[in-house]
Structures are given as structure tokens and as C-alpha cells.
Write a protein that binds this ligand. Structure first.
Ligand code: 5GP
Ligand code: ZN
Length: 116
């Protein structure tokens, strides 16, 4: 746990969140500012800064991916489809440096990338 990390503090129960799924190694909770009808963040319990660091821990990476699929099923997204997004670094728009998969769906999501 990193004391200064927002998502480590959610794991520790120090900051409230609406939990939708939990395993020994992952936690999934609703995004505080949802960008789609369903918007859930799936994180490893262990602190990894981003998807590059997560990839160095293949077991944790597999657990996060499995949890994302579970969340999609729980939220009823599997039939119509959904997106799993890892924003990474500055160009990726990452704001919280505890890796998280955004699971978004519940309506057509439009083009993959916003055009500027
Ligand atoms: P990023 O831009 O790093 O990929 O995404 C960070 C996400 O965390 C954003 O979608 C933002 O709305 C969400 N977020 C930021 N602070 C909190 C919080 O305190 N609780 C929850 N549940 N989500 C948060
Ligand atoms: Zn953390």
C-alpha cells in the first residue's frame, strides 16, 4: 500500500467507494464521474503504477483481466459489448497512477477516439 495513492486508500477502506466485485487480488468499484451508463474501475489490490508495471506481474495482469470480464457479466454488458480501457501516461490521459481498467458500456460508445 502507498499512503499517497488514492486507489490504495480505497483498497484499505479509508476512502469510500461503491464496490461491485472483489477477489483476493482485485477490486472493482464504480467510477465517481461515469462516462457511460456503466463505468467500473478494476484494479489490482497490489500497487502497480500503470499497465506497463502490471504487465511485469503476469498473474496480477491475468487477475485484473478476468475481473474485468466478470464485472462485464455482472453488469449485463456481455451480450451487447463494452470497452476495457487502460489510460497510460501523459498522452493516454492517466490521472490516477494505480493501474485501473475502465470497464464501460450500457449504450453505444461511439468512435474509439475523440477527434480533435
Ligand atoms: P484515468 O484518467 O487515470 O484513466 O482515470 C481515473 C478515473 O478515476 C477517472 O475516471 C475518475 O473519474 C476516477 N476517480 C477519481 N477519483 C476517484 C474517487 O475518489 N473515487 C472513484 N470511485 N473514482 C475516482
Ligand atoms: Zn496504489
Amino acid at each position: 500500500m502507498e499512503n499517497s495513492c488514492l486507489f490504495c486508500r480505497i483498497v484499505a477502506g479509508e476512502i469510500p467507494a461503491t464496490i461491485v466485485h472483489r477477489t483476493d487480488t482485485t477490486l472493482a468499484f464504480r467510477d465517481i464521474d461515469p462516462k457511460a451508463p456503466t463505468h467500473v474501475l478494476v484494479i489490482p489490490v497490489a500497487h502497480h503504477a500503470d499497465v506497463v508495471a502490471l504487465a511485469a506481474d503476469p498473474a496480477a495482469a491475468a487477475d485484473v483481466l478476468a475481473a474485468a470480464a466478470e464485472v462485464a457479466a455482472i453488469e449485463g454488458l456481455t451480450a451487447d459489448g463494452f470497452r476495457v480501457i487502460f489510460n497510460t501516461g501523459r498522452h493516454g490521459g492517466q490521472e490516477v497512477f494505480h493501474v485501473h481498467a475502465h470497464v464501460v458500456g450500457g449504450a453505444p460508445l461511439g468512435p474509439m477516439l475523440a477527434r480533435s
